[in-house]
Ligand binder design. Structure first.
Ligand SMILES: C[S@@+](CC[C@H](N)C(=O)[O-])C[C@H]1O[C@@H](n2cnc3c(N)ncnc32)[C@H](O)[C@@H]1O
Length: 227
């Protein structure tokens, strides 16, 4: 099985555990500030239309539409997570769609989004094509917000370089999670990937831990080079 298939299988199998983990607030970095940071980065753009790519069980759509007067669409490759998102939120739209569908133009989404967000949802080695496909759905002046693991998050013993890793979710709880392959990227590599997608970084944020000031995540706000 290739890594993309393993990744998709992991999200299908982990769907119920993931929904419970997010909704019970069991991810320490999210409680410490990454949720608030991505909400603030999006709200600062005052979007009227929001696209949440890899929306999972939909918390960010629900939260944004509570705080900002906007309509939102969440898309995700996992049918179970989309079902969870729909049943928690009758006011917004959620659709099953993979990034391959987006790249292949099979989603027939109406464009015109002021903000599209990938919140911890880019795990593949090649992500420039999905970023470019989503950029094509933006309104003029629209942005893509990417929140991801901070490149400093590697342990001291690991080599600082691009490469595949395995997330075993052991930090969350004692349940049986399906391990997920994910591609670690250095800061330089993120920058090159964003450029390859025809985008440029207009804001770069590093939400910090209130305890030790270490970065909790990396947030990049990107717009089309041609805008
Ligand atoms: C870590 S979860 C984050 C979910 C949500 N953004 C959040 O903040 O809770 C990653 C999500 O990305 C989705 N995803 C990852 N790769 C995908 C792909 N190639 N196509 C569609 N969805 C994908 C997964 O199904 C999963 O719901």
């Amino acid at each position: 099985m290739d890594r993309e298939a393993m990744l998709n299988r992991a999200w299908d199998r982990n769907a119920a555990r993931w929904t419970r983990t997010v909704r019970d607030g069991l991810i320490p970095s999210r409680r410490a500030g990454t949720d608030e940071a991505v909400v603030a980065a999006i709200a600062a753009r005052n979007p009227r239309r929001l696209l949440d790519v890899g929306c999972g069980e939909g918390w960010l759509v629900r939260r944004l539409c509570r705080d900002v007067d906007c309509t939102a669409l969440g898309i995700d490759g996992s049918a179970s997570l989309i079902e969870d998102a729909r049943s928690a939120d009758p006011n917004n739209s959620y659709e099953v769609a993979s990034y391959a569908d987006l790249i292949g133009g099979q989603t027939r989404l109406a464009g015109g989004f002021d903000v599209a967000v990938f919140n911890y949802a880019l795990f593949d080695e090649q992500v420039d094509r999905v970023l470019a496909a989503v950029a094509a759905l933006l309104a003029r002046g629209g942005v893509i917000v990417v929140q991801t693991l901070h490149p400093w998050a590697l342990s001291q013993t690991e080599t600082y370089g691009d490469g595949w890793r395995i997330e075993d979710f052991s930090a969350f709880d004692g349940e049986e999670w399906e391990p997920m392959p994910w591609f670690f990227r250095t800061l330089e590599s993120w920058h090159a990937t964003i450029r390859a997608a025809g985008l440029t970084v207009v804001d770069l944020l590093e939400p910090k831990s209130p305890v030790d000031s270490r970065p909790l995540s990396l947030i990049m706000v990107c717009k089309a080079v041609t805008d």
